[in-house]
Design a protein around this ligand. Structure first.
Ligand SMILES: [Zn+2]
Length: 140
């Protein structure tokens, strides 16, 4: 695995533009949804099992996050909090490279072992986060 910094290739997917657009659209849609006072969707998993799902608390985490209450955001869903931090960092990077036409960061030449390490780490993070949510389910 190598991290390289290079110009975008002809016909290469413009990840920065695509994912900046997606994250901005999701943010605007969420703000409009909440701004209109539309009813919150209940969690069907929690309704059936009584346990939080993997994403329970993510909406409340995002609301607290965008209101600057980071400790509350963390307490609602730590993994969603980390994801929001990652999205904010990526969006900042994307705006910079799109406006300045700087070379892009790309991770290339992943070995099978490296891919497996990342997969295991992601599954472990999700499992630990879910254990946290279940342990704190009284707040959901
Ligand atoms: Zn849920």
């Amino acid at each position: 695995m190598r991290l390289v910094c290079r110009r975008i290739l002809p016909k290469e997917l413009n990840h920065e533009l695509l994912w900046l657009g997606v994250s901005t659209a999701v943010l605007v849609a969420g703000a409009v949804f909440l701004g209109l006072g539309l009813p919150w969707l209940g969690c069907p998993f929690r309704a059936v099992t009584g346990y939080p799902c993997l994403t329970c608390g993510a909406t409340r985490c995002a609301i607290a996050f965008f209101h600057g209450n980071l400790s509350l955001a963390w307490s609602w869903n730590p993994l969603a909090f980390l994801a929001l931090c990652g999205v904010m960092l990526f969006d900042l990077y994307a705006v910079i490279v799109l406006l300045t036409r700087c070379p892009r960061l790309r991770v290339i030449e992943w070995t099978r072992a490296e891919k497996n390490v990342v997969r295991i780490a992601v599954v472990a993070l999700i499992a630990v986060n879910w254990a946290y949510l279940v342990a704190h389910r009284a707040q959901y």
